[in-house]
Design a protein around this ligand. Structure first.
Ligand code: WAQ
Ligand code: MG
Length: 275
Protein backbone atom coordinates (compact mmCIF):
# COMPACT_ATOMS: atom_id res chain seq x y z
CA UNK A 1 0.00 0.00 0.00
CA UNK A 2 3.00 2.25 0.36
CA UNK A 3 3.91 3.86 -2.94
CA UNK A 4 6.24 6.62 -1.88
CA UNK A 5 7.63 7.91 1.42
CA UNK A 6 4.58 9.30 3.25
CA UNK A 7 4.38 12.92 4.45
CA UNK A 8 4.84 12.13 8.11
CA UNK A 9 7.70 9.71 7.39
CA UNK A 10 5.93 6.84 9.15
CA UNK A 11 5.02 3.38 8.12
CA UNK A 12 3.61 0.68 10.33
CA UNK A 13 4.66 -2.89 10.63
CA UNK A 14 1.48 -4.90 11.20
CA UNK A 15 1.85 -8.46 12.44
CA UNK A 16 -0.62 -11.14 13.38
CA UNK A 17 -0.27 -14.59 14.86
CA UNK A 18 -3.00 -16.95 15.92
CA UNK A 19 -2.76 -20.11 17.98
CA UNK A 20 -4.90 -22.71 19.69
CA UNK A 21 -3.62 -24.46 22.83
CA UNK A 22 -0.18 -23.08 22.04
CA UNK A 23 -0.24 -24.61 18.58
CA UNK A 24 0.53 -22.08 15.84
CA UNK A 25 -2.35 -21.70 13.36
CA UNK A 26 -1.73 -18.63 11.27
CA UNK A 27 0.56 -15.62 10.94
CA UNK A 28 1.00 -12.65 8.62
CA UNK A 29 3.22 -9.62 8.09
CA UNK A 30 2.51 -6.31 6.39
CA UNK A 31 4.17 -2.89 6.04
CA UNK A 32 1.68 -0.10 5.42
CA UNK A 33 1.24 3.65 5.61
CA UNK A 34 -0.37 4.97 8.77
CA UNK A 35 -3.74 5.66 7.11
CA UNK A 36 -4.03 1.98 6.07
CA UNK A 37 -2.88 0.47 9.35
CA UNK A 38 -6.37 0.16 10.90
CA UNK A 39 -7.89 -1.52 7.86
CA UNK A 40 -5.00 -3.96 7.52
CA UNK A 41 -5.18 -4.78 11.22
CA UNK A 42 -8.89 -5.58 10.82
CA UNK A 43 -8.18 -7.68 7.71
CA UNK A 44 -5.53 -9.74 9.50
CA UNK A 45 -7.71 -10.20 12.61
CA UNK A 46 -10.54 -11.55 10.47
CA UNK A 47 -8.14 -13.84 8.71
CA UNK A 48 -6.93 -15.13 12.09
CA UNK A 49 -10.49 -15.80 13.29
CA UNK A 50 -11.32 -17.72 10.11
CA UNK A 51 -8.04 -19.58 9.67
CA UNK A 52 -7.93 -23.27 8.76
CA UNK A 53 -7.57 -25.46 11.86
CA UNK A 54 -9.31 -22.75 13.91
CA UNK A 55 -10.95 -21.13 15.66
CA UNK A 56 -7.90 -19.84 17.53
CA UNK A 57 -8.01 -19.27 21.29
CA UNK A 58 -5.35 -16.55 21.11
CA UNK A 59 -4.72 -13.92 18.44
CA UNK A 60 -1.84 -11.49 18.82
CA UNK A 61 -1.87 -8.40 16.64
CA UNK A 62 1.05 -6.04 16.75
CA UNK A 63 1.42 -2.54 15.33
CA UNK A 64 4.79 -0.85 15.31
CA UNK A 65 5.78 2.51 13.89
CA UNK A 66 8.86 2.52 11.65
CA UNK A 67 10.81 5.48 10.30
CA UNK A 68 9.93 5.45 6.58
CA UNK A 69 13.37 6.72 5.59
CA UNK A 70 14.89 3.44 6.84
CA UNK A 71 12.77 1.25 4.53
CA UNK A 72 14.83 -0.63 1.94
CA UNK A 73 13.16 -0.91 -1.49
CA UNK A 74 13.93 -4.05 -3.47
CA UNK A 75 12.99 -6.20 -6.45
CA UNK A 76 11.39 -9.58 -5.86
CA UNK A 77 13.35 -12.71 -6.86
CA UNK A 78 12.70 -14.42 -10.21
CA UNK A 79 10.28 -17.33 -9.92
CA UNK A 80 10.61 -20.72 -11.58
CA UNK A 81 8.88 -24.05 -10.95
CA UNK A 82 10.25 -27.56 -11.34
CA UNK A 83 7.78 -30.40 -11.64
CA UNK A 84 9.01 -33.60 -9.98
CA UNK A 85 7.36 -37.03 -10.08
CA UNK A 86 7.27 -37.57 -6.30
CA UNK A 87 8.63 -36.08 -3.06
CA UNK A 88 11.70 -38.32 -3.16
CA UNK A 89 12.69 -36.83 -6.51
CA UNK A 90 11.77 -33.40 -5.10
CA UNK A 91 14.25 -33.81 -2.28
CA UNK A 92 16.96 -34.92 -4.70
CA UNK A 93 16.23 -31.81 -6.76
CA UNK A 94 16.38 -29.62 -3.65
CA UNK A 95 19.75 -31.09 -2.73
CA UNK A 96 21.14 -30.51 -6.22
CA UNK A 97 19.91 -26.88 -6.28
CA UNK A 98 21.42 -26.23 -2.84
CA UNK A 99 24.75 -27.66 -3.94
CA UNK A 100 24.69 -25.45 -7.05
CA UNK A 101 24.23 -22.41 -4.82
CA UNK A 102 27.31 -23.23 -2.76
CA UNK A 103 26.05 -25.44 0.07
CA UNK A 104 28.16 -28.55 0.74
CA UNK A 105 26.50 -31.77 -0.42
CA UNK A 106 26.54 -33.34 3.05
CA UNK A 107 25.19 -30.14 4.62
CA UNK A 108 22.33 -29.98 2.09
CA UNK A 109 21.40 -33.60 2.81
CA UNK A 110 21.53 -32.98 6.54
CA UNK A 111 19.26 -29.90 6.27
CA UNK A 112 16.66 -31.85 4.28
CA UNK A 113 16.75 -34.62 6.89
CA UNK A 114 16.37 -32.08 9.66
CA UNK A 115 13.17 -30.59 8.22
CA UNK A 116 11.88 -34.07 7.41
CA UNK A 117 12.30 -35.33 10.98
CA UNK A 118 11.51 -32.11 12.92
CA UNK A 119 13.91 -29.20 13.35
CA UNK A 120 12.75 -28.44 16.92
CA UNK A 121 13.18 -32.06 18.03
CA UNK A 122 11.69 -35.31 16.71
CA UNK A 123 8.29 -34.64 15.13
CA UNK A 124 8.30 -30.97 16.15
CA UNK A 125 8.24 -27.89 13.92
CA UNK A 126 10.13 -24.69 14.74
CA UNK A 127 8.35 -21.33 14.87
CA UNK A 128 11.10 -19.70 12.81
CA UNK A 129 14.04 -20.79 10.71
CA UNK A 130 17.26 -22.71 11.21
CA UNK A 131 20.46 -20.75 10.51
CA UNK A 132 23.00 -23.19 9.16
CA UNK A 133 26.68 -22.81 8.34
CA UNK A 134 26.84 -23.77 4.64
CA UNK A 135 30.25 -25.39 5.06
CA UNK A 136 30.14 -27.15 8.43
CA UNK A 137 26.40 -27.72 8.83
CA UNK A 138 26.56 -26.22 12.33
CA UNK A 139 23.31 -24.72 13.58
CA UNK A 140 23.85 -21.09 14.48
CA UNK A 141 20.48 -19.95 15.84
CA UNK A 142 20.44 -19.40 19.59
CA UNK A 143 17.02 -20.95 20.21
CA UNK A 144 16.30 -24.18 18.32
CA UNK A 145 12.55 -23.98 18.95
CA UNK A 146 11.93 -20.35 18.06
CA UNK A 147 14.69 -20.05 15.46
CA UNK A 148 15.11 -16.82 13.52
CA UNK A 149 11.88 -15.01 12.63
CA UNK A 150 11.96 -12.93 9.46
CA UNK A 151 9.82 -9.87 9.92
CA UNK A 152 8.99 -6.40 8.54
CA UNK A 153 8.61 -7.12 4.85
CA UNK A 154 5.84 -6.61 2.30
CA UNK A 155 5.25 -5.54 -1.26
CA UNK A 156 3.60 -2.40 -2.56
CA UNK A 157 -0.05 -2.61 -3.66
CA UNK A 158 0.99 -2.08 -7.29
CA UNK A 159 3.61 -4.80 -7.15
CA UNK A 160 1.14 -7.18 -5.45
CA UNK A 161 -1.61 -6.73 -8.02
CA UNK A 162 0.78 -7.05 -10.97
CA UNK A 163 2.35 -10.18 -9.54
CA UNK A 164 -1.03 -11.72 -8.66
CA UNK A 165 -2.12 -11.27 -12.25
CA UNK A 166 1.07 -12.82 -13.66
CA UNK A 167 0.86 -15.78 -11.29
CA UNK A 168 -2.85 -16.32 -11.99
CA UNK A 169 -2.05 -16.74 -15.69
CA UNK A 170 0.10 -19.72 -14.72
CA UNK A 171 -2.55 -21.10 -12.38
CA UNK A 172 -0.56 -20.06 -9.32
CA UNK A 173 -2.99 -18.23 -7.10
CA UNK A 174 -2.38 -19.68 -3.64
CA UNK A 175 -1.68 -16.86 -1.13
CA UNK A 176 1.19 -18.89 0.33
CA UNK A 177 3.17 -18.24 -2.85
CA UNK A 178 3.10 -14.44 -2.52
CA UNK A 179 3.91 -14.63 1.17
CA UNK A 180 6.80 -17.03 0.68
CA UNK A 181 8.21 -14.90 -2.16
CA UNK A 182 8.25 -11.80 0.02
CA UNK A 183 9.89 -13.65 2.89
CA UNK A 184 12.43 -15.30 0.62
CA UNK A 185 13.07 -12.04 -1.24
CA UNK A 186 14.11 -10.42 2.01
CA UNK A 187 16.22 -13.43 3.05
CA UNK A 188 18.09 -13.44 -0.28
CA UNK A 189 19.22 -9.83 0.28
CA UNK A 190 20.77 -10.67 3.65
CA UNK A 191 24.54 -10.31 4.07
CA UNK A 192 26.32 -13.67 3.79
CA UNK A 193 23.19 -15.55 2.80
CA UNK A 194 23.91 -18.38 0.34
CA UNK A 195 20.59 -20.18 -0.02
CA UNK A 196 17.26 -21.01 1.55
CA UNK A 197 15.35 -24.29 1.74
CA UNK A 198 11.66 -24.35 2.66
CA UNK A 199 8.57 -26.44 2.73
CA UNK A 200 5.38 -25.84 4.65
CA UNK A 201 4.24 -27.59 7.79
CA UNK A 202 0.67 -27.59 6.43
CA UNK A 203 -0.42 -31.21 5.86
CA UNK A 204 -2.04 -30.44 2.52
CA UNK A 205 0.61 -28.14 1.03
CA UNK A 206 3.53 -30.12 -0.35
CA UNK A 207 5.19 -27.63 -2.72
CA UNK A 208 8.38 -26.08 -1.42
CA UNK A 209 11.37 -24.21 -2.77
CA UNK A 210 15.09 -23.61 -2.84
CA UNK A 211 16.12 -19.98 -3.28
CA UNK A 212 19.48 -18.37 -3.87
CA UNK A 213 20.53 -14.85 -4.89
CA UNK A 214 21.54 -15.86 -8.42
CA UNK A 215 18.74 -18.25 -9.43
CA UNK A 216 15.93 -16.73 -7.39
CA UNK A 217 12.90 -18.51 -5.99
CA UNK A 218 12.86 -22.04 -7.42
CA UNK A 219 9.69 -23.91 -6.59
CA UNK A 220 9.69 -27.72 -6.44
CA UNK A 221 6.24 -29.23 -6.99
CA UNK A 222 6.45 -31.63 -4.08
CA UNK A 223 8.89 -32.00 -1.21
CA UNK A 224 6.89 -34.16 1.22
CA UNK A 225 4.08 -36.72 1.27
CA UNK A 226 0.49 -35.44 1.64
CA UNK A 227 -0.55 -35.55 5.31
CA UNK A 228 2.94 -34.93 6.68
CA UNK A 229 2.68 -32.20 9.37
CA UNK A 230 6.40 -31.34 9.33
CA UNK A 231 8.14 -28.54 7.47
CA UNK A 232 10.35 -25.54 8.06
CA UNK A 233 13.01 -23.24 6.74
CA UNK A 234 16.80 -23.38 6.67
CA UNK A 235 18.92 -20.31 5.85
CA UNK A 236 22.44 -21.26 4.77
CA UNK A 237 25.12 -18.72 5.59
CA UNK A 238 28.74 -18.08 4.76
CA UNK A 239 30.19 -17.09 8.11
CA UNK A 240 33.29 -15.69 6.46
CA UNK A 241 31.44 -12.68 5.08
CA UNK A 242 29.00 -11.68 7.81
CA UNK A 243 28.63 -11.12 11.49
CA UNK A 244 25.92 -13.32 12.90
CA UNK A 245 24.38 -10.53 14.98
CA UNK A 246 24.17 -8.27 11.92
CA UNK A 247 22.54 -11.01 9.88
CA UNK A 248 19.93 -11.78 12.54
CA UNK A 249 19.28 -8.08 13.10
CA UNK A 250 18.69 -7.59 9.35
CA UNK A 251 16.35 -10.61 9.15
CA UNK A 252 14.31 -9.68 12.21
CA UNK A 253 14.31 -5.89 12.08
CA UNK A 254 15.19 -4.26 8.76
CA UNK A 255 12.07 -3.09 6.91
CA UNK A 256 12.09 -4.24 3.28
CA UNK A 257 9.44 -3.33 0.76
CA UNK A 258 9.30 -4.90 -2.70
CA UNK A 259 8.21 -2.46 -5.37
CA UNK A 260 9.22 -4.43 -8.49
CA UNK A 261 8.52 -8.03 -9.46
CA UNK A 262 11.06 -10.42 -10.95
CA UNK A 263 10.59 -12.66 -13.98
CA UNK A 264 8.09 -15.52 -13.82
CA UNK A 265 8.75 -18.71 -15.81
CA UNK A 266 6.30 -21.46 -16.58
CA UNK A 267 6.67 -24.92 -15.04
CA UNK A 268 9.26 -27.31 -16.42
CA UNK A 269 10.05 -30.91 -15.69
CA UNK A 270 13.00 -31.49 -13.40
CA UNK A 271 15.84 -33.40 -15.06
CA UNK A 272 18.64 -34.44 -12.78
CA UNK A 273 21.33 -32.48 -14.62
CA UNK A 274 19.35 -29.21 -14.31
CA UNK A 275 21.59 -28.03 -11.51
N1 WAQ B 1 10.55 -16.42 9.63
C1 WAQ B 1 11.28 -17.56 9.67
N2 WAQ B 1 10.75 -18.77 9.54
C2 WAQ B 1 9.42 -18.86 9.38
C3 WAQ B 1 8.58 -17.72 9.32
C4 WAQ B 1 9.21 -16.45 9.47
N3 WAQ B 1 8.51 -15.32 9.43
N4 WAQ B 1 7.30 -18.15 9.15
C5 WAQ B 1 7.35 -19.48 9.10
N5 WAQ B 1 8.61 -19.93 9.24
C6 WAQ B 1 9.09 -21.32 9.25
C7 WAQ B 1 8.46 -22.15 10.36
O1 WAQ B 1 9.42 -23.09 10.79
C8 WAQ B 1 7.34 -22.85 9.66
O2 WAQ B 1 7.08 -24.11 10.25
C9 WAQ B 1 7.91 -23.05 8.27
O3 WAQ B 1 8.73 -21.92 8.03
C10 WAQ B 1 6.87 -23.18 7.19
O4 WAQ B 1 5.99 -22.06 7.25
O5 WAQ B 1 5.65 -21.32 -3.93
O6 WAQ B 1 3.62 -21.91 3.57
O7 WAQ B 1 4.08 -20.67 6.54
O8 WAQ B 1 4.03 -22.76 -3.66
O9 WAQ B 1 3.89 -23.23 6.57
C11 WAQ B 1 6.35 -22.50 0.29
C12 WAQ B 1 5.93 -22.78 -1.12
C13 WAQ B 1 5.21 -22.43 1.27
C14 WAQ B 1 4.98 -21.78 -1.68
C15 WAQ B 1 5.82 -22.20 2.62
O10 WAQ B 1 5.43 -22.06 4.93
C16 WAQ B 1 4.89 -21.95 -3.20
C17 WAQ B 1 4.83 -22.04 3.73
P1 WAQ B 1 4.70 -22.00 6.33
MG1 MG C 1 2.52 -23.19 8.44
Amino acid sequence: MLISVPMNNCVFSVRMRASCQDRHLSGAERLVVESDAGAVLAELSLRALNCPGGPPDTVHCHLERIDATTVQYERLPDLSTYHVKDWQEGRRAARALLVRSGVRQAVAACAIDLLATGAAGPGTVMRGAVLMDAKSGDRLETDAVRGVRVSRMDMTAKCRSGLKEQLAMLGLSHPRILEAMVLSGKVLRAPGLIAELCWSDARDYTTGYVADPENGYQRISTLKPVGDPLGGRVFFVDRGVCLLEELVDYLERQAVLFDTSGSISSTRQWVSNDA
